[in-house]
Design a protein around this ligand. Structure first.
Ligand code: THU
Length: 128
């Protein structure tokens, strides 16, 4: 992965709206169009209404006209490695392939690289 995806995720984290958890998260997707789409977690006073950084980035990608996650970087300010939560794994997989790379970062760079299949093994699949 080039360093720019990590930097994009780290920069996106600065936009987090996380006054309740105080746990900012950033995500950056490189899509099949070569562009980078970013997101941060956006919380709400009605706590269940908030959402994670990954779906913010996915939304940006979809509204940018792209459909495929080539690689994605995730970073949290207060955790050396921030594995995407269960719901985010399913959301990422909707637009990924089994070999799509997921980079777990800290403030210095990529600390762990995983594939989609490693992050969400035995995932839900149908013939639909
Ligand atoms: N969070 C993310 O943004 N992504 C994840 O994969 C894990 C959790 C956010 C949700 C909430 O705003 C904060 O981290 C604390 O759980």
């Amino acid at each position: 992965m080039s360093h720019d995806l990590f930097e994009a995720a780290r920069d996106a984290m600065a936009f987090a709206h996380a006054p309740y958890s105080k746990f900012p998260v950033g995500a950056a997707i490189r899509a099949e169009d070569g562009k980078v789409y970013t997101g941060a977690n956006i919380e709400n006073l009605s706590f269940p209404q908030g959402w994670c950084a990954e779906p913010t980035a996915i939304s940006a990608m979809i509204m940018g006209g792209a459909k495929k996650i080539v690689e994605i970087a995730v970073i949290a300010e207060k955790l050396a490695l921030c594995p995407p939560c269960g719901g985010c794994r399913q959301k990422i997989s909707e637009f990924a392939s089994k070999g799509t790379k997921i980079y777990l970062c800290d403030e210095t760079g990529v600390k762990k690289t995983m594939t989609m299949d490693e992050l969400l093994p035995f995932s839900f699949e149908t013939e639909l």
